[in-house]
Write a protein that binds this ligand. Sequence first.
Ligand code: 4SX
Ligand code: FE2
Length: 343
Amino acid sequence: MTDTALPPVPDIIRSAYATLVVTDLAEARRFWVDLLGFVVTFEDSSAIYLRGYDELAHHNLILRAGREAAAGPLGFRVRSAADLGRAQAYFGALGCRYERLPAGAVRGLGEVIRVEDPLGFLIDFFDRSDHPERLQQRYDLRRGAEIARFDHFNICVPDVPRAYDYYSGLGFGLSETIEDGQTLYAAWMYRKQTVHDMAFTGGAGPRLHHLGFFAHEAHAVLRICDIIGSLHIEEHIERGPGRHGVSNAFYVYLRDPDGHRLEIYTSDYYTGDPDHPVLRWSVQDPRRRDFWGNAVIPSWYTEASAVLSLDGKLQPVTEIEQQAESAVRVGADGYTAPAGLVE
Ligand code: 4SX
Ligand code: FE2
């Protein structure tokens, strides 16, 4: 079937939540709730549903206890119930496996279309959520990184142009890229009016690279770093804090007790104009990933979370099929030595 013959795509509003399988729920709770300050919407002995202080939907993150660490479904909010039908028809036409889950099957949400997408990721589409207590102005409750809401997914894919084509087909706009004459190394794509809902890191995939959570101020990023230092658990800080080139956001990347990566992310920019221009970074520009030219640690390029298939097994991973950005010799990247210094 050619693309033009595909049924209409669902109207996706935003990236909304993720599911992480964690091997020790109590330990995960200490990290996500006690340390980072996520709000608990609901918890029982098998799962914890978390949100930021600004989130008005049921959850931004589900932590589910399991034997092997992995990423489960990534959730996109769609506009209406009709878009659930569109999602079903669209992914059916693509030949993808999917399930239609009744309201409440994912706690706090209406019906969900759960798809194993062409890139191998589990994606949940939902159009309705319960609304827990509004905590935006409960400043007295704010702790840790003062997470406001979910911001974006970043996924590892072996073929970045293929992922770009697939998400373009789903109606995502392109905000920024890292590229050279031959290769698209990374791309940032959006539905909501910010830099991204989804980004691609070239690498073995499908794997989840990180979950980006929005905080209101750079202060939140610095504060969680200071708290982590005070507690002498600095091994949880992987990269940063710093200023991104791509997105202009202020950031830090943390690793949870199972190695799942998250980013605290703040102050990117508006992308909602229909003629929004793309910002294309040269892979040779040392400021692209850190505007101050600081090193990107190798683990950031190579490590990521395995993802689950529709039957709950770990998805097999395909090695990278293109030139790896981490193999590009860019002096001030910090990860790779200047060409002249490499043996
Ligand atoms: O490392 S990059 O500056 O390219 C970057 C990474 C920009 C925005 C992000 O959200 C990110 O994870
Ligand atoms: Fe990010």
